[in-house]
Design a binder for this molecule. Structure first.
Ligand SMILES: Nc1nc2c(ncn2[C@@H]2O[C@H](COP(=O)(O)OP(=O)(O)OP(=O)(O)O)[C@@H](O)[C@H]2O)c(=O)[nH]1
Ligand SMILES: [Mg+2]
Length: 242
């Protein structure tokens, strides 16, 4: 045989040998894995097929209709009230148990999200200083509930709070309303009954859901804990039925 032909034959037989060895190793690995699966006495259906399906599930995104977790319902809780009434403090203590000694006045907006009972509550506070009150009514249309915070001890500005509140109510006659008679811990705070009268709340139409709660939002106070808990459960109850 010519030397060139015998060289080619030797290379071919080497390649064939390598292929057979590789195939043999693959068969051996497959056999070992199969044997291990059956030795572990897994319940029927768990084995190659189950592994393969698990692998496919890991790689492929689930279709929309089979989302593992249902999206929480989102609701916007609009928190308004004059500057210093306690809006940021209330939001803070509804969403956190950490005591906070100092809360800065809100210069623009303040938004905080809270997940509770399968609902997502998006709190949106617009600052209460005079230049920001102009923007308040722009946010009414997206709100599911209006929380209006009043400083019950600030007698000199109650008429301003009343005016601002009734202007908002005239813009949206159906939006559910929660008025918070805040700073009840202060000795000169008006009671809920007094505040209801001062704010003309008895004149509200009865189509609107309306609640008036006494609150205090000072750091580490038991009254704070109780009042924010009441507010939180009222919000959840109210929004869950929307
Ligand atoms: N004693 C007492 N102080 C409170 C209460 N709630 C809030 N404060 C205090 O009142 C001040 C104003 O509170 P904020 O929560 O910043 O008031 P706000 O309504 O957010 O004010 P703006 O952001 O300026 O519109 C802060 O010094 C608070 O610590 C309360 O229930 N009792
Ligand atoms: Mg604020």
């Amino acid at each position: 045989m010519a030397p060139a032909a015998s060289g080619a034959l030797r290379q071919l037989s080497l390649a064939l040998g390598a292929a057979v060895a590789a195939l043999g190793s693959l068969l051996l690995i497959a056999w070992k894995v199969y044997f291990r699966d059956s030795q572990q006495q897994q319940p029927s259906g768990v084995g190659w097929r189950a592994r393969w399906e698990r692998q496919l599930l890991l790689q492929a995104p689930l279709p929309d209709t089979q989302e593992p977790h249902r999206q929480a319902h989102e609701y916007q809780v609009l928190v308004l009230g004059l500057d210093g009434a306690g809006k940021s403090s209330i939001i803070h203590y509804v969403c956190s148990t950490e005591a906070q000694r100092h809360i800065e006045p809100t210069q623009g907006f303040n938004s905080v999200q809270l997940q509770a009972n399968g609902l997502q509550l998006d709190f949106l506070e617009v600052g209460g200083s005079q230049n920001l009150r102009f923007y308040w009514n722009y946010y009414l249309s997206k709100a599911h509930v209006l929380v209006f915070v009043v400083d019950s001890a600030d007698g000199s500005r109650l008429h301003t709070a009343r005016q601002e509140l009734h202007y908002l109510l005239s813009e949206d006659p159906l939006l559910p309303l929660i008025v918070l008679a805040n700073k009840q811990d202060k000795s000169d705070a008006l009671s809920v009954t007094e505040l209801k009268k001062e704010l003309d709340l008895h004149t509200l139409n009865n189509q609107r859901e309306f609640f008036l709660l006494p609150t205090s939002a000072t750091y580490a106070g038991l009254d704070t804990a109780n009042s924010v808990l009441q507010l939180k459960s009222l919000l959840i109850k109210l929004l869950a039925q929307i």
